[in-house]
Design a protein around this ligand. Sequence first.
Ligand code: SF4
Length: 475
Amino acid sequence: MYLRTEKLPFDSMHEECGVFGVYSQENRNVAYSVYYGLYALQHRGQESAGIAVSFADKISYHKGMGLVSEIFANGKLDELPEGDIAIGHVRYSTTGASQLLNAQPVVFTGKCGKMALAHNGNLTNTKQLRKELVAANAVFQTTIDSEVMAVMINSLSDGDILTGVRRACPKFKGSYALVIMTTDKLIAVRDPYGIRPLCIGMAIDDYVVASESCALDAVSATYLRDVKPGEIVVIDSNGLHSYMMDDLPKCSQMCIFEYVYFARHDTVMDGCSVYEARKEAGRLLAKYYPADVDIVSGVPDSANVAARGYSEQSGVPFVEALAKNRYVGRTFIQPDQRQRENSLNVKMNALRSNVNGKKLLIIDDSIVRGTTMKKIVKMLRDAGATEVHIRICSPMVKHPCHLGIDIQTYSQLIAAYRNEEAVCEKIGADSLKYLSVEHLLETCKSANVGFCLGCFTGEYPYSPEGDETDKLKFD
Ligand code: SF4
């Protein structure tokens, strides 16, 4: 039986986490700002969430399993004290089990006094760092890499949090966007390659940091800028200070899947609008991979923008072919195997009146395992579609990701050992075309960062080697 904390077998990549922080010039209900920010970041993780508030040299927090709205219901949000700094986190687990113990922020007392840390990303050398710290008598309460980061920062800090962060970051290999809070500082850190997004905004006199700009909008904050790859931003009573890490790589490598799928389409990251990138992907698919069809549609919700781009470019009318049940989330309970297999029917349904007797072109952001796309093609044929052509807004996902996404083995990927024709045959479509790497990069050309394309090319900013668990995962 699927419990509310277990993962559903839906076929898509999942982001690991979202982070949010606020520094206020006055004592107020900062927890509310974080609550609204986390609400806007809920798509980045639905397994657990938490908020920590700094007040009067103390830190108070509440964490729970489930959605932000569930965890802070029944007066839980109001039980958090007023304060001047607060951070929050929404989680989808890729390392460490999905359980309350591993929910974030990580809160503890160390050399810098009270401290809380929230992390989006995934370290590839967690085991080695943990071993090093255990040898130095560190004790761990969780199985997550984020606690390893917090303990490492504390152990190297000599009582000064900035010193701890600057000394610890060169030891971290992998992706990390961090928000860290002490009783008088809010710190935002982005790994040297800038793999996960992080931005800064301002709401009147309050500084706000968030994984995505849509969360700044949720608290009426004005976007100031993105945290640069390799930058440590410290916000305290003296304002905002920026420090760059030493020995930065020549080129940043932001995860391009943030634009393809993970981020909300009203977000702007590193100078590039997610909405515009997705629409351009649709336009390019129409330009390079046209098909003789009656209507074009997207797999809701993330591919609808691209489908409109395709329609705009080709003149083929955009008509909804699939309806999505918006209330199916990670809390969905599936009692047995048969019902589990039917889970897509609960999540999505074909709009028979729109597709019956039509030649369809369906756009999706990516194909990972291929199980969902196969079911969608069948569902549309069953509803009367005479042809189903598939166009994908990204290249073939041929390699796993060890940088914060839950695709960890080649065996999970339909395209790992197949070419386009073989995948097309497997999903039962009339034709299948993927956007090329060059065209995908073209969709994000206004971004002021370089990109990681590892799951398409197998070339990552950090190799998975050096961590035995990752080695085993790569079959
Ligand atoms: S491997 Fe793919 S999903 Fe992972 S960080 Fe790189 S682009 Fe993103």
